[in-house]
Write a protein that binds this ligand. Structure first.
Ligand SMILES: *[C@@H]1O[C@H](CO)[C@@H](O)[C@H](O)[C@H]1NC(C)=O
Ligand SMILES: *[C@@H]1O[C@H](CO)[C@@H](O)[C@H](O)[C@H]1NC(C)=O
Ligand SMILES: *[C@@H]1O[C@H](CO)[C@@H](O)[C@H](O)[C@H]1NC(C)=O
Ligand SMILES: *[C@@H]1O[C@H](CO)[C@@H](O)[C@H](O)[C@H]1NC(C)=O
Ligand SMILES: *[C@@H]1O[C@H](CO)[C@@H](O)[C@H](O)[C@H]1NC(C)=O
Length: 802
């Protein structure tokens, strides 16, 4: 596609199948900048990236730092120079034709004498959308191109670079180009619930994956819209069942609805189908990891290049296990063989979680009638685009506009002065400075000082309580709609509001202490009590755990999980606000300073509640989260003794369908650690089951999981209790306050459950669901026992206690 061709085709967009192959698109707006270079650069395909001096009218910055050095082996010479910004800098482009525009940003941390660009942490935004937040490229990553699709609604489009305090931002190349209006339609199909999902054009998209299935990589010069399509090899799960098919790209006949603008003919001319012989038994499966907490637009490209005749190919399409299309019939949709067809699906955050799995497979698993066409399925191409969230962000939950809301909040109290955008950036800077420092910590620092240890209860005070039940998230006030996310993130608190709620973080409000911060009891204006977990601003904290906790909790809602009400990250603060749990950690009610011991039934109810919370994490709507730090201090009780699991700072999303574990550095608490996880560093949901087994022993025996003061064989509770259990004498070591009050059947069932949880190997342990079932059974046995019934009923029931 030569530059002259572009001019020739200017403003003409026509669709006709005979001319379609040569159809190109002429963008009305196009800006290509070879940042940091004194020379312009012409790339294959004709795009000319202009030099810094030619681009100076677009850029407003105080800095003038250009670096260049040959980027060895780089895919493009664009990466050989970079512009470095020490302060906020803005590229501003005039938009002639509103609507979709590509923003492509090229990054490579060039080695230079002035700045270590691999340490640079910065954010990139447009006027209203966060594109990259706390972005960093270390030198393991090399060249990075980030591609966004923005619907320009005004006559300007800005790309704003914000280095964090003490850091710099850099850019090697900027590309802002109009995209065809027909590229993305406003309405896509939802998969659960099934139906139309309108409003895509109100969002900004980020292209994450663009795959040419069964074919070669397609470079920008072979795509009319300058896109890159990668081969599917590294995403395909079971390669043995896939067979690749190819036809000549020239044989693809485009239509009015599907032009080469949607995808080049190379994409439709190759595909994977099911291998013969095993066709009716398998799905072809591709897996992609994605950021949790976001919705995704999944575009699937099909073209029947395998059938000999029409009406002989029908197959099913699944996304994350949900049926996306049942009985897809390309003959009816495309009307001919070798005619392209595509379909867009909306996969929302609660379905996407942290992976998107696309499957195509046969309609009926067992072909009965012999005149039926042999089952088969195919896929030619695939695109996954991240959709900006309700904060107007594609990276995290921080809005560009937050500053403006803060102004409102401040002026309410008569404190804030000026600010505008600057405030938002100040917040970015604050948070980022932490990432920056944190990045430099040695790896094992995180193991010892996890954010989650903030929730260690305070065992000295008379009043040990954390976190609880009334929700406080619904006040209107300044927090406004910007913060009430569709995924239930909770709200944003200003620092001054939390200061007020905790009486300026008064020592007397402290209800828990941890490695580097305190937990305070706070009271909001409407009287709601909250637990406020604050990182010590002087210390360097695990920003990662802070974000993990926000992300995990924002996806999770369950009666037996502690809810996050909101957070504050103003200045250098990292504060989480939770529901307040009036009765504090379970541990405090088992031993130590307990005043009134819990009854057996109360203990069973608490264990059942906690088991439900964990079961939900492992298998429920939230599917596939491993808590990793199950212990009696992380099971909290509200004023009605309802148990809730807390502290998700260490949680991990469980592995995909094919892999069975996550390899990871061992984290967790001694005394509760799964021995198998410890040995093999392989984490599964069965590691939580083990830790829960230890919790069951603690509940029964009322002593800590590890007690170094005891004789050697008694130090580790799990080992000691299981020795007695295997001798059949467990009742000898139970909490004396329970003696004679547990129905023997109930104790037996409970002990069996603990025993199974504590099996040496994960495979021998039950699922949380089975554990839950056993505990419920133990509760029934207790309730049915004579001691818990009125006397005459017990006699009628005819059961006897031994
Ligand atoms: C972009 O957004 C505007 C206003 O939200 C809308 O009217 C327009 O149709 C959108 N453009 C495209 C190409 O979808
Ligand atoms: C990354 O860069 C640092 C500092 O320049 C260097 O010490 C380190 O070896 C590099 N690592 C890799 C993987 O290149
Ligand atoms: C791209 O186009 C060039 C020149 O026409 C050709 O040599 C190359 O093979 C093409 N590559 C792909 C993947 O289409
Ligand atoms: C294909 O995958 C779907 C969803 O994961 C599943 O329900 C179906 O049974 C699978 N079909 C075959 C033949 O394996
Ligand atoms: C997102 O998924 C959840 C769970 O399946 C569903 O209840 C909700 O309606 C979905 N929302 C949209 C907009 O598709």
């Amino acid at each position: 596609m030569g530059h002259s061709l572009l001019v020739l085709f200017s403003f003409s967009l026509f669709f006709s199948s005979s001319f379609a192959q040569t159809l190109t698109f002429s963008p009305s707006d196009e800006f290509y900048i070879n940042s940091g270079s004194s020379e312009s650069l012409k790339l294959d395909g004709g795009r000319v990236f202009i030099s810094d001096s030619e681009a100076s009218s677009y850029l407003s910055t105080k800095d003038d730092i250009q670096v260049s050095s040959p980027a060895v082996n780089a895919p493009s010479s664009l990466y050989s120079s970079a512009r470095i910004f020490v302060e906020q800098s803005i590229y501003r482009f005039k938009v002639v034709d509103k609507g979709w525009h590509w923003i492509r940003l090229y990054f490579y941390p060039l080695e230079n004498e002035q700045f270590a660009l691999t340490d640079a942490v910065f954010s990139v935004t447009t006027d209203d959308i966060v594109l990259l937040h706390n972005f960093n490229i270390d030198n393991s990553t090399k060249w990075v191109m980030k591609e966004f699709l923005v619907n320009a609604t005004t006559d300007h489009l800005s790309v704003i670079f914000n280095p964090l305090r003490n850091s710099v931002a850099f850019i090697n190349g900027v590309e802002v180009v109009s995209a065809p209006k027909t590229l993305i339609s406003d309405v896509v199909s939802g998969i659960s619930p099934v139906g139309d999902f309108p409003g895509i054009s109100q969002h900004t998209l980020q292209a994450l994956y663009r795959i040419n299935i069964g074919g070669p990589e397609i470079s920008p010069e072979n795509d009319t819209l300058g896109r890159t399509w990668l081969p599917d090899k590294s995403f395909l799960w079971v390669k043995q069942i896939a067979k690749s098919v190819k036809i000549s790209p020239a044989a693809i006949s485009y239509t009015e609805t599907v032009s080469p603008l949607i995808a080049p003919n190379w994409v439709y001319a190759s595909a994977l189908e099911l291998s013969p012989m095993i066709r009716h038994r398998f799905n072809l499966t591709w897996g992609f990891s994605v950021d949790p907490g976001f919705g995704y637009l999944v575009r699937l490209h099909f073209c029947d290049i395998i059938s000999q005749a029409l009406n002989s190919l029908y197959f099913n399409v699944y996304i994350n296990g949900y049926p996306a299309v049942t009985g897809l019939d390309l003959s009816t949709l495309a009307l001919d063989l070798a005619v392209p067809y595509y379909k867009d699906f909306m996969v929302n955050a609660s379905i996407a979680m942290s992976r998107i799995i696309v499957q195509v497979g046969p309609m009926s698993p067992d072909p009965s009638g012999s005149d039926e066409p042999e089952p088969n399925a195919l896929l030619n191409g695939l695109e996954i685009m991240k959709i900006s969230n309700s904060f107007g962000s594609l990276d995290g939950e921080f809005s560009v506009h937050r500053g403006r809301s803060l102004v409102k909040a401040g002026s309410k109290n008569g404190t804030a002065t000026a600010v505008g955008l600057f405030m938002a950036f100040a917040a970015f800077v604050g948070l980022g400075a932490m990432v920056f420092r944190w990045h430099k910590r040695p790896e094992d620092w995180r193991k010892h000082n996890s954010f989650s240890s903030w929730l260690l209860p305070l065992h000295s005070g008379g009043h040990s309580s954390i976190i609880s039940s009334q929700r406080g998230g619904s006040r209107s006030g300044f927090s406004g709609n910007i913060y009430s996310s569709s995924i239930g993130m909770g709200r944003y608190f200003s620092f001054s509001e939390l200061q007020e709620a905790t009486k300026s973080f008064n020592q007397k409000s402290i209800i828990g202490v941890g490695g580097f911060g305190n937990v305070y009891l706070g009271e909001l204006d409407d009287g709601t009590k909250v637990a406020v977990k604050r990182g010590n601003p002087q210390s360097e904290q695990g920003l990662n755990e802070f974000q993990t906790e926000i992300q995990m909790l924002s996806m999770l809602r369950h009666r037996h999980l502690v809810s996050l009400i909101g957070y504050c990250d103003e200045q250098s603060e990292m504060i989480l606000v939770y529901e307040y749990m009036a009765l504090g950690p379970l541990r405090d009610h088992l031993y130590g300073k307990t005043s009134k011991p819990l009854t057996w039934k109360q203990r069973l109810d608490i264990c059942i509640g906690a088991a439900r919370g964990l079961h939900y994490l492992h298998t429920g709507a939230a599917q596939g989260i491993i808590h990793r730090d199950v212990k009696t201090t992380n099971i909290l009780l509200d004023e009605n003794l309802i148990a809730k699991v807390s502290d998700f700072g260490l949680s991990k999303t469980a592995p995909g369908m094919e892999r069975t574990h996550v390899s990871t550095a061992v984290k967790g608490s001694f005394g509760y650690l799964d021995p198998e996880y410890f040995r093999r560093q392989k984490l599964t949901d069965k590691s939580d089951v083990y830790s829960f087994g230890v919790v069951l022993c603690e509940v029964l025996c009322a002593r800590p999981a590890l007690d170094p003061a005891l004789p050697r064989e008694q130090v580790n509770l799990a080992e000691w209790a299981m020795q007695w259990q295997r001798k059949g004498l467990l009742e000898k070591i139970i909490d004396p306050s329970l003696a004679g009050k547990i129905a023997p059947d109930s104790l037996k069932k409970f002990a069996e459950a603990a025993d199974k949880c504590l099996r040496e190997y994960g495979v021998d342990r039950p699922s949380m669901g089975d554990v839950l079932w056993n505990l419920e059974y133990a509760l029934q046995l207790q309730e049915a026992s004579p001691s818990s019934m009125p006397v005459n009923e017990a006699i009628l029931a005819g059961s006897s206690m031994q």
